[in-house]
Design a binder for this molecule. Sequence first.
Ligand SMILES: [Zn+2]
Ligand SMILES: [Zn+2]
Length: 254
Amino acid sequence: MSMLRLAPHVHSCFSDDSDWELSRLVRVLARAGYDGALVCDHDRTMDGDLWAHVQHECDRLGARTGFLLVPGIEYQDPDHVVHMPVFGRAPFYGRSPVIDDLVGWARADDAAAVFAHPQRREAWQRFDPAWADRLSGIEVWNRKYDGVRPNGWALQQAEQHRLAATIALDWHGTRQLYPLALRVPSPQHGSNRERGDAVVAAMLAGRMRATAFGVDVQRFSHGLLGQSSRGFESARQWMAPRVRRVENLLRRAS
Ligand SMILES: [Zn+2]
Ligand SMILES: [Zn+2]
């Protein structure tokens, strides 16, 4: 079965901290080798009308370019510590919801909720394992907050709670471009909306692979990276030309 290579956790100009038009995102990410993107813009600048507009723009551009755009919203809890992207066509739940409510709503609406960047503001301390059965994943490698290696705590939680490991560019600009991709079975036919719904269904069912440099991200916890700094050094040497290749692609695209 062919797999789509998706850019995970991408902010567009519908977020207050990104000025990337969707059309520019499509051009650059397609050039970097992605087949589509999981878009998530912040709830703090979202409302019902804008959410409808974001979905419409994703579908319009997806139809025009063939680059799959899956819309989502990144929610933040009332203290702005826990962030939770929710992918799919769920209604807008309002700004700064209580996370315990959010995970239940998302699951009931067949949307894929993900515990984001545990590292940021020590959000990991607020992780509640009781959420696990309603979450679609936990970000074990967020490019913006974890840098060039995955988050050991998150990898451990994924294993312990049988939670899918996901990764995130947390794209706000080219600095976050890195060879991280979410691979999901490719829906054969349909509109951007139908294909996007199929991707979200796959995420809900755990039919996805979080990859870094084309390799399952779990391998970075034991094999490639290991725990030792020596392991990390050899992994860095292994990664360097791969990172350069992506940077070269990017230079040509932008
Ligand atoms: Zn965030
Ligand atoms: Zn984000």
